[in-house]
Design a binder for this molecule. Sequence first.
Ligand SMILES: *Cc1c(COP(=O)(O)O)cnc(C)c1O
Length: 373
Amino acid sequence: MTTTHTGTSLWPIELNPSDHPASAEARTAVLADPGFGRSFTDNLVRATWTQDEGWHDARLEAYAPLMLDPATNFMHYGQAIFEGLKAYRHSDGSIRTFRPMQNAERFANSARRLAMAELPGELFLGSIEALVRQDRDWVPEGREKSLYLRPFMISTEIGLGVRPANQYEYLLIASPAGAYFPRGVKPVTVWLSDDYVRAAPGGTGEAKCAGNYAASLVAQAEAAQHGCDQVVWLDAVERKWIEEMGGMNLYFVLGSGDSARLVTPELTGSLLPGITRASLLTVAEDLGIRAEEGKISVDDWREGCASGGISEVFACGTAAVITPVGEVRSRTSGAWQVGEGGTGPVTTRLRQALLDIQTGEAPDRHNWLHTIC
Ligand SMILES: *Cc1c(COP(=O)(O)O)cnc(C)c1O
């Protein structure tokens, strides 16, 4: 199955938009302070897969509750995957997404891991173009504001037999999103999870599946009990190597000033391959900062912060772009501060540089932006 997009071969979507869209007044009120994931646009896109027909009935229609049989497969056995990406309104009025075919490819990889039907890239991108065009008035204006797009897929065969389902539903919904840090970028305090693991070798850590998040919540609650904002995951086997922070990838700044270089944990199969993570490897090189994948242990982190060998640490992902890590706490490895506990210069520079590309304020040297309208 191909996921390459030629620009002319998008999957046709039948348009049957809502006959009761929000009033301009109601929409303006939402866009003034959208928060995250609270409000949704007037429409959605969906498509159905069956063994006989493959993907069919791709259509845009009014956003509405789904009616589901209580024995619908995914509610019991968790065949459920998702993606997350943003559409930005640029100062020239155009609306663009960032590397959407990377999300399409990862969505197909997630489907394969969960034994689900793969969604063709032309349908993934076609659904995004159709929904964003239809609901374009919901894309907020202003730096760091965006329309967050949430593609997802569930198994919809009815019955309690345990096997890959013979029917799937793909849906795309959209939610206006405000600035992640409305009062300025603020470093987080993280909790090293010694007791719970997110993903093990051979498991589903590489797939963006709902179950990974369900399994992470108890550790997130433990982090909160210790006054931490986020949990940091260690590898499942040695409980020694740093993998990720919550639903974001991590970067370590080694050295400082002109000799600063970046290291991000390598993709071992239990990390989620973030598109922000991959993009920052390139953006850093563009800025003349060496960036590579490697291994960082808990001891490396603690000792590096004590000696000054590690000057900054940050997490990255679509939702917050880049979030600095200011402080680390744990049950077995002690507690320490990263740098001065604030937002370091390399973190600030990278955040600015990536956001400038995404919002059209810097040239798109790598052809990462996809113009929708
Ligand atoms: C989605 C996700 C990320 C970040 O991926 P991006 O493509 O950069 O948004 C990182 N870790 C986990 C566990 C995720 O689910």
